[in-house]
Ligand binder design. Structure first.
Ligand code: NAD
Ligand code: DAU
Length: 352
């Protein structure tokens, strides 16, 4: 048996593959275009494993995906591939439309053709699992109930609008053609191998190099943080026992303001890697111009996946953030390789 993952060289996909290879005997094939966010160094420890195969390619490439389906006959496809950074979507929305909408559309088309040609028993077992985000539901007020699967879609950024569009297409391929799909909408992830353009790895990396820790606006925006391995375990549960056509919200019940997250990082770094002058990393915090259209609060009501699929996160924010900071401290070579010329250009464009 074989499964396909797309975008497996990115943050969540590479954590998923590492867990899969460690815990399963089933072959996993990673299809990734290797954009700036894709990094094969994340997968170095499995590159020679006979159960793992990497194919460099674009999810929007019809001929490629079709030929891979013919060759490998997978029992499932998990779609992680996406342009995933909200700030970049504000500068270059066209990349998000291309990959997140057209790319997902192409995966649905090729998957449908493959699925239709399968025998009845194989058709029953096939799954198309689409990994999506809580941002499609829009922004919550302070006292609003956390997002339920039944909330209406109100995306506010080009990123979330493109993900919302892909979610709608996935839903339509189930209702119109019967393709056995599953969709997950998850809150903010953090953990090893996250690219340092996102808040947590950016602040860890900037703190260690003595740079500013940029907080947008008043820093009181709220995100619901989930450790990446907990997200990967949830995806596994959905893949194996989720009901086809259903949507599952995934979240850690860890609502934190951005300023609290950054102060926690500073506090842990003060302990694990004290500065020579004994000053706190907090002194590097700087409030800067807000993100346009910045969503105020995200929070997930995860009772459906907890009750129906018996999934629960195993890390608290306190244990997860400590593991993450320790991982970045132990993997400074990885960080060094990621901070190349292209990354520096982004930082200059975004923060000066
Ligand atoms: P990421 O940006 O770290 O990785 C994306 C990967 O997709 C990269 O390896 C990139 O090379 C690849 N890719 C991009 N365009 C491609 C294309 N056209 N064809 C093939 N590969 C392509 O993203 P991530 O943070 O790992 O997120 C993975 C998925 O999870 C995304 O769909 C994202 O929307 C969703 N998600 C992320 C979070 C989060 O907090 N990071 C939370 C909820 C949902
Ligand atoms: O909610 C799930 C989403 O979480 C995923 O779908 C996205 O792929 C993922 O990137 C993430 O989106 P956010 O915009 O919430 O993540 P980011 O790390 O970019 O920002 C987290 C919060 O921190 C957000 O309120 C913006 C703020 N921020 C971010 C950066 C990069 C800052 O204050 N300063 C910064 O420099």
């Amino acid at each position: 048996m074989t499964i396909f993952v797309t975008g497996g060289a990115g943050f969540i996909g590479s954590n998923f593959i590492l867990n899969w290879v460690e815990n399963s005997q089933e072959k996993i094939i990673n299809i990734d275009k290797l954009t700036y966010a894709g990094n094969l160094e994340n997968l170095k420890s499995v590159e020679d494993n006979p159960n793992y195969l990497f194919v460099e390619g674009d999810i929007a490439d019809n001929a490629l995906i079709e030929s891979l389906y013919k060759l490998h006959q997978p029992r499932a496809l998990i779609n992680f591939a996406a342009e995933s950074h909200v700030d970049r979507s504000i500068h270059t929305p066209q990349d998000f439309i291309y990959t997140n909408i057209l790319g997902t559309f192409n995966l649905l088309e090729t998957s449908l053709r493959f699925w239709k040609a399968l025998k009845d028993s194989e058709q029953k077992n096939f799954r198309f699992l689409h990994v999506s985000t809580d941002e499609v539901y829009g922004s919550l007020g302070k006292d609003d109930h956390p997002f339920l699967e039944t909330n209406s879609y109100q995306p506010n950024s080009p990123y979330s609008a493109s993900k919302a569009s892909s979610d709608h297409l996935v839903r339509a391929y189930f209702h119109t053609y019967g393709l056995p799909v599953l969709t997950t909408n998850c809150s903010n992830n953090y953990g090893p191998f996250q690219f340092p353009e996102k808040l947590i790895p950016l602040c860890i990396s900037n703190a260690l190099t003595g740079e500013l820790l940029p907080i947008y606006g008043d820093g009181m925006q709220i995100r619901d943080w989930l450790y990446v391995n907990d997200h990967c375990n949830a995806i596994n549960r959905v893949l194996e026992i989720g009901s086809i056509g259903e949507v599952y919200n995934i979240g850690g019940c860890n609502e934190k303001t951005n300023i609290d997250v950054v102060k926690t990082i500073c506090l842990i770094l003060d302990e694990l890697k004290p500065k020579l002058d004994r000053k706190s990393y907090e002194e590097q915090i700087k409030f800067i111009k807000d993100r346009p259209g910045h969503d105020r609060r995200y929070a997930i009501d995860a009772r459906k996946i907890q009750n129906k699929l018996k999934w629960n996160p195993s890390e608290t924010f306190e244990s997860g953030i400590r593991n993450t900071i320790q991982w970045y401290l132990n993997n400074q070579t990885w960080v060094g390789h990621v901070l190349d010329g292209q990354y520096r250009q982004w930082i200059k464009k975004q923060y000066t």
